[in-house]
Design a protein around this ligand. Structure first.
Ligand SMILES: [Zn+2]
Ligand SMILES: [Zn+2]
Length: 282
């Protein structure tokens, strides 16, 4: 089987988070924190559609992760949504149909088409937030955003993944000097807030081999971070032998990119490139 795996970031950051993943005929959306119209338009521009989605996985109930769901479910009521019970309860304010969702639990993997989904617990100020590791034949990818701290369990779930979507929310100095009031700064920096560039770097430095091919920095704060600041900090975690490509996701839809499903031949060791693939809007 040589079908590529497709990943497209439709939006990342506090203005809305949404990603599309396709593995063969299995099509998933991770969160729907942007408008239904933008999801429709972005998917359509690459020949995909909401009707063809296998499911939507929801990480937690904050509006930047579920903003588009109410409209989406009213237009496409058959869409399958998977979320923890806590996320469902938290979403009911915004999404009336939350009761009909499929309940999942951290550390209870399940299958959607050809993807094995492994939810894992995150520390964040939401009811029952999770990250997701997606495993398919010859391929693993993980989503870990909206977490105040990382631990060994999270590290294990990210280990061996070829693609990691990792939060690098803020630069601590920019947060302290930035426009947020003290209580909000405290919340963001707390163990139930968001991962800083420093924390993302330390997580990445601890990942065992095989190291990821792609690390996509996500959920960057528009006020307390900048793509070059995040990339410069996190790249310190890369070892000379790493071939990891490090890029930063932006708030606007990025072009989809394909990753070969089966192990690709080793690239010659070279300085990791810091592409702007995910910061260019289309
Ligand atoms: Zn959140
Ligand atoms: Zn968020």
């Amino acid at each position: 089987m040589s079908d590529p795996i497709t990943l497209q970031i439709l939006g990342s950051g506090s203005s809305g988070n949404c990603a599309f993943v396709r593995v063969g005929d299995t099509r998933l959306l991770i969160d729907a924190g942007i408008s239904c119209r933008r999801i429709e338009q972005t998917l359509a521009s690459h020949g995909e559609s909401i009707e063809n989605l296998s499911a939507i996985l929801v990480t937690h109930e904050h509006s930047d992760h579920i903003r588009g769901l109410k409209t989406l479910l009213s237009k496409y009521p058959d869409t399958e949504i998977f979320a923890t019970r806590g996320t469902q309860i938290g979403s009911e304010r915004l999404v009336e149909a939350a009761q009909s969702w499929t309940t999942i639990k951290a550390e209870s993997p399940f299958e959607i088409g050809e993807v094995r989904v492994h939810p894992f617990k995150l520390s964040h100020d939401a009811n029952e937030p999770t990250g997701f590791r997606l495993d398919a034949d010859g391929f693993s990818m993980a989503f870990a955003t909206d977490l105040g701290v990382w631990n060994n369990t999270i590290l294990e779930h990210l280990s061996g993944c070829r693609v990691i979507i990792l939060e690098a929310n803020h630069d601590l100095d920019m947060l302290r000097a930035g426009p947020y009031p003290a209580y909000l700064q405290k919340r963001v920096a707390s163990s139930r807030g968001h991962l800083s560039n420093d924390q993302a770097r330390s997580l990445l430095s601890r990942l065992p081999a095989p190291r990821p091919e792609w690390v996509i920095l996500a959920h960057l704060s528009a006020k307390n971070n900048a793509a070059d600041v995040a990339l410069n900090e996190v790249k310190k975690a890369l070892k000379p032998e790493d071939t990891t490509r490090l890029i930063a996701a932006g708030p606007k839809p990025a072009a989809p990119f394909d990753v070969a499903r089966l192990a690709t031949p080793k690239r010659p060791a070279k300085t990791p490139s810091q592409g702007s693939l995910f910061s260019t809007s289309n």
